[in-house]
Ligand binder design. Sequence first.
Ligand SMILES: Cc1cc2nc3c(=O)[nH]c(=O)nc-3n(C[C@H](O)[C@H](O)[C@H](O)COP(=O)(O)OP(=O)(O)OC[C@H]3O[C@@H](n4cnc5c(N)ncnc54)[C@H](O)[C@@H]3O)c2cc1C
Ligand code: FES
Ligand code: FES
Length: 1339
Amino acid sequence: MSSPSELIFFINGRKVVERNADPEQMLLSFLRRRVGLTGTKYGCGGGGCGSCTVMVSRYDRNHERVVHYAVNACLQPIVALHGAAVVTVEGVGSTDTKLHPVQERIAKAHGSQCGFCTPGMVMSMYALLRNKPQPTMEDIREALGGNLCRCTGYRPIIDGFKTFCEKSSGCCQNGREEGRCCMERKGSKMNHSEENDICHKLFPMDDFLPLDPSQDLIFPPELMMMEKKFSAAPLYFQGERVRLVAPSELLHLLELKADHPSAALIVGNTTIGPKMLLKGEFHPLVIYAGRISELGAVTWGKNGLMVGAACSLSTLKEEMEKAVVEMEAEKARGYQALLQILQCLAGKQIRNMATIGGNLLSANPKYDLSSVLAALDCTLHVISKDGMRSVPLDEKFFPAFGKAALRPDEVLLSIDIPYTNSWEFVAAYRQAQRREFAFSFVNAGMKVAIREGTDIVESLKVYYGGVGSTLVKAEQTCQQLVCWSWREDFLSEACRLLNVDINVSPSIHGGRAEYRKTLAVSFFFKFYMQVVLEMTERGVSGVALPPEYLSALKPFKNEVPQGQQSFQLVSEAQPCGDPVGRPSMHQSAFQQATGEAKYYDDLPPVQGELFIHMVTSLRAHARIINIDPSEVLNQPGVVAFVSAGDVPGANRRLWFSHPEELFAQEEALCVGQIIGAVVAETREQARRAAEKVQVTYQDLQPIFFTIEDAIKHESFFEPKRKVERGDVDEALRTAEHILEDQLYMGGQEHFYMETQGVIAVPKGEHGEMDLFVASQHAAFTQEVVAMALGVDSNKITCHVKRLGGAFGGKVMKIASLSAITAVAARKTGRAVRCCLDRGDDMLITSGRHPFLGKYKVGYNSDGTIVAADITYYSNGGCTLDESPFIMEKAILHMDNGYKIPNLRGRGVVCKTYLPSYTAFRGFGGPQGLTVMESVLHEVAVRCGLPPEKVREINMYREQQCYTHYKQPFCPTDMLRCWDECLEKASYQDRLREVQLFNSSNRWRKRGITAVPMKFGVGFSKGFYNQGAALVNIFKDGSVLVSHGGTEMGQGINTKAIQIASRVLQVPMSSIFIKETCTGNVPNAAPSAASFGTDAVGMAVKDACEKLMRRLQPLTEKNPQHTWKQQITEAYFQKISLSATGFFMGPPTNVDWEKGEGQAYYYFTFGACCSEVEIDCLTGDHKNIRTDIVIDVGKSINPALDVGQVEGGFVQGVGLYTIEELQFSADGVLKTRGPTQYKIPALCDVPAELNVHLLANAENPGAIYLSKGIGEPPVFFGCTIFFAIKAAIAAARQERGLSAIFPLSSPATAEKIRMACQDQFTKMVSSPTGDSAAVWCIDV
Ligand SMILES: Cc1cc2nc3c(=O)[nH]c(=O)nc-3n(C[C@H](O)[C@H](O)[C@H](O)COP(=O)(O)OP(=O)(O)OC[C@H]3O[C@@H](n4cnc5c(N)ncnc54)[C@H](O)[C@@H]3O)c2cc1C
Ligand code: FES
Ligand code: FES
C-alpha cells in the first residue's frame, strides 16, 4: 500500500489534519476523546438513538452547492470525512458567545430535562434549518424521527422547534380534516380557557432570538477550493489493525476489488459499522466507495429512474418526492410505494448515510427495500474489471442470508427503477415493533399487471422480507393466478396459495412465526382491496368493496404531537421576584442545549487513566470452576485483571442486611453477572481483551427463568407480604358472580440515554478516593465503595454533577460497579473509568420487574365489586435487590381509587436465574394499580356495562376514607380530577364517536378508556423520609446550595433554587447548585419515591430560614441595604453565612404483621383518558389522544411538573405497548440495544396530548403546598393498553367472538393482530416445534 494520506476535514470551522488517521476511528470517539468536544453524546454506538447527531457539510461540485446533512457520529468513520466540514453542538452556539435560536428555543420551551438527548436534537434541527430556514411541521417530524428522548415525551421539544415554522394562523399544521384545523377538531379544547387564573403558556414566545442564517458557520472556503480542484488521487489510511483505501475512480475501485476480493466494501457504513462496533466483526482491509461519482448518480430516463448504488436513501427520497409531483399518477405508483416505505425506514440521520446499494447488498431480509424493488421489476447493473452485466432484482439474487449473487470482484453500479404502466398496480407494506425507526418484522412488495380494460391478471409479483432467511417470492401464488379475474374467488385462491408459499419456520430468527405468516397474508388482503378500489374507479371491477373496508387501506398518518397544558397562575399578591409557582426553565437547560453540561463521561481524562470492562457470566446457573485471565494479560494495553480475590475489603454490596456479591466467586446466578474485569489503557483494548478471559463452568440445577417456573419450584424470596381488609372469603361466597383471571405485565428496561458509569480517582494517601459517578444515591455508592476497599466512608467522596436520566436504575447496580472500579483503581494505583456499553448496560443492570397478578373477584350484576383476592408474583431475578419493597408498593397500591370492602393482596417475589430486577420509576406502583384496573375492566365487560360506570360505582367517595391498610385520606381531589378529565376529554361524546367509527369500519377499530389514580408519595420506610442541605453565602452575595438529591432531569436543582430564592429574597441567578457531593451533605436518601423535592426543598428552606434569622437584625437596622451590603456587613460582624438545613419527614411505617399503617406521606391524585385506533390486519396502533388531569398540589414549577407528567406518561406508553424484553430459553437477554428494544419515539406520542394541573389544590404539610410527581404518571400509560383491549374486543365481537380474551402487557403489534382473530389468523396454523425453537420466553 502507498504511504498514508493526509486526512483533511474541519470541525466547527477549525481545520483538522490527521496524518495517521485510523480507519477504525469513528467520529464520535474522535470528537469526545481526541478533540475534547464532549457535547456529542454516546447513547448506543449503533445509529439507534440519535444522541451523537452532528451535521456534515460538503461541497457538491456537480451541482456547485454546499449540502448539509445530519449523521450519526457513532457510525461515521473519520476517514470518510476527507473534504467535509463537521459542525457539532459546540459549533452552533454557546453561553459564552451567543446561543443559537435552536438551542435557546429547546431550552426555553422546557424541551431539555436530563439534557442527554438535547445536543442530538439540536443538531438534527440545526441541520434542517440550514437546508430550510422555514420548515413545515412535517419537516420537523422527519428531522427528529431518528432522535430518542427518554425524559420529555417529545411534546416540549416540538413546541420549541415549531416556532421556526412558517407563521400560520396558529394552526399546528398537521393538516386540515373536515375543513378544520386539528386544533379545532371535535372535542378539542385546545384554545379554550374557562377561568382567567388558568394559564396555558409555559414559556413566552415573544423574546426569542430571531433565526439569522448569516450568523451560521460558513463552509470553509479552503474545502471548497479543495473540492473544486478535485484530486483524483486515492486515499490510503493505515490504523493499528485495519487499512482502508478510498479510490475516487471507478476503474481503480474495480481493480481493488479484483486484487482484494475478500476486502470489505463500505459506503454509508450503517450495516458494516454496527457489525464491527457491536458484534466484533473484523475486516483487515476495507475499501471505501463513497468518493466515486458514478456510483452516486441519479438520472431520470425514458424508462424510469436510474439510481447509483451509492446514492443515499435521503437523496433517493428527495429525488422521487420532487419527481412524483410532476409525474402522471399512473407512472409514479412504484415510486409512491417506495416513498411510503422510505419515510418509515430508520431515522433521517441513517437515511442520510445509508445507501440503496448497501441496503440491497446487505442481503438482510428485514431490510425493506429488496421486496418492493423486486416487485417493481428493477434491474441491477453490476460491474467488474471484466465488464458490466445486468441482472434482474429477484429472489435468485439473494441465495442466502447476507449473500447476494455478486462475484467478489463485482460492484453494484446502479439500479433501474422503472415507471409503472397504466394497468399496473403496486403496493409496499411493512410492520415493525414501532411504526418508525424500527426494522420491520415483515415487509412486502406487490405488483399486478391487469389486462387493459378487464379485471384479468396478466402477471403478479409478490415478494416478502422477514418470512425466511432471505427474500421470498410467493412463487405458486404468482404463477397460478395469472389469467384469473381479480375477484373474491381469486382472493380465496391467493390466500390458499400463500399459505403454501410462505412457510415461516418456527425457529426463524426473531421468532413470531405465526404472526409473520399472518402479516404476509393480511398484507396481500390489503393489496387485493387496494386494487379492487382502483379497478372500481376505472369501472372494471366485479367486486363491490364494502365501504367499511376502506379505512384499512390508509396507513396511519404520523402526526406531530400537539396539546394544551394548563396550570393555575400564582396569586397577584405574590411579589414578582418570587419564582415559586412559576414555570421557570431548568437550571442548566442552556448548558445542556449547547453541550457545555458535563456528565460523568464528559470529564477530561485524569492523568494515567485506565479503562475497565466487565467480564460477565455466560451461564445462568453454574459453579465457577476456574477463571483463567492468562491470555488476557498478554493482550496489548492490558494492565490488570480484577476479580473477587482482589477486593481488599468485602466482596459484597450490603442492602438492609442482604448481601450481593460484587464479583461472583463460586457460583454464577445469571447470564450477565459480573465475574471479573479487565483494566487496560484504552476502552477498545479492555473490551477486546475481556472476550478472551477463559471461565470454566459446571452447570448446576435447577435453571429456570419464568414466574410460572419459580412457582412450580416454590422458589421465593422472603418476606412474603399480605394486606387484607374485610372478610374476603365470606364475600366471595356470597357475591353474585365470580371472576378468576390473571394479568401478566412484562418488565421494562430503563433505557436512560446515558449509560451507567463512574470514574474512580485514587488520591494517593490515607486510602482516599474520589468518585465521579452517575448515581442517584451517592451515599449508598460511597458506603459500598468504602466497604469494598476496607476503608471508612470519610475517605470516599462521591460527586454527582447530573445524570443523563436514571428512572430508578441508578441506585443499586451503580454502587457495585463503582466498588469494582474502585477496586481496580486501588489495585493499579491509577484512575479508572468505567463506562458501560449500551448492550452491557442492558445485560448487567436489568430493569422493571415482570409481574403476574392472579385474581379471584366477587361482583354483582350492577358492577359493584364486593371482594377481590389478588396474588401478585414478581420476577425478582437472582438476588433480592429492592424487590421486597417494590412488591410492598405494589400491594399497597392495589386498591387504587376503589373502595372494595373485602380486599386481599398477597405479594410474592420469585427467585429465578435472571439478572436481578431493580427499582424503576413507579417502583411496583404501576403493576399494583394495573392489575386492579384489569379487574375493573373485566368486570365491566362481563356485566356489559361501560367501564367508566363500573369504575365510578366502586370509587372511594367519603370525605374521610381509609386505604386497605388503614391509612386515612380524602378522595375529593381524585374525584375532581376524574370529573374534569372526563369533561375535558369530552368522554361521552367521543365514546359515542368511537362506537360509530367501529360500526362503520371493519378493519380499523378504536377504543377509549379512562382511569383514576391515587398514588402514594414518599418512602414507606420512614427513616428514608429525610432531607438535608447546606447553604453557603459568599461575601459577594452569591449563594451556593448543596443538597442530598441528585439532578437527573426532574429539575430538583431548579426547584431548590426557586425555594432558596423565595426565602432569601434574592434572584435565582444569584443562586447556584454545583453538584451533589457526599462530602457536603452526608447520608442522604436516594432521589426516589417522588419525594426528592419534598425532602430537599424543606431542607433548603430550613437552611435559608436559619440564615435569614441570623441576618434579620441587620435587615431591620438597615432596611435600605442591598443584599450584598447586608452580606458584607454580616461578614464583618462575624455572622456565620453557612447553614445546614434538615427535614425530618413523616414517620411512615407499615406493620406487616397487622398489614396496616401510615405507608405514605400523602397521595398524588389524577385521572387519564386515552383513545387509540388499531389496524386489525397488522396489529399496528395509533395513539390518537390523551387527556390528563393531575393534582400536584400547588405546583412549585408548573413547567417542570408538566414535563414530568408527559415524560412519565410516554414512558408508560412504552411499558404498556412497545417495550418488550426478550430472553432466550437459556436466559440470555437478546434485546441489548435500541435496534432490538424499542422505547417510544416521536411517532408514539398521542397526536393530541393535553395535561392539566388541577387548580385550587393544596397539599398542607409539604413544601409550599406542592406534591411529588415523578413516579405517578407512568401508570397512565395503561389507558392506552385498556383502550387497545377495548378496540380488539370491538373487532372480535363483530366477528362473533367473545369480548373476553387474554391480553398481556405490553400490547404489541403481534398480540393485537393475533387477538383480532379472523379468517387470516385461522388459516395460519400454529407452528409446532420443540422448546429449542422458542425464540423467547415470557419471564
Ligand atoms: C439504526 C439503523 C436502523 C435501520 N433501519 C432500517 C430499516 O428500518 N429498514 C431498512 O431497510 N434498513 C434499515 N437499516 C439498514 C440500512 O438501510 C442499511 O444499513 C443501509 O442501507 C446500508 O447502506 P450502507 O451504504 O450504509 O452500507 P454499508 O454498511 O457501507 O455496506 C453494506 C453492505 O453492502 C455492500 N455494498 C454496499 N454498496 C455496494 C456496492 N455498490 N457494490 C457492492 N457491494 C456494496 C457492502 O460491501 C456491505 O457488505 C437501518 C440501519 C441502522 C444502522
Ligand atoms: S450513539 Fe450514535 S445513534 Fe446512538
Ligand atoms: S431530556 Fe431527552 S433523554 Fe433526557
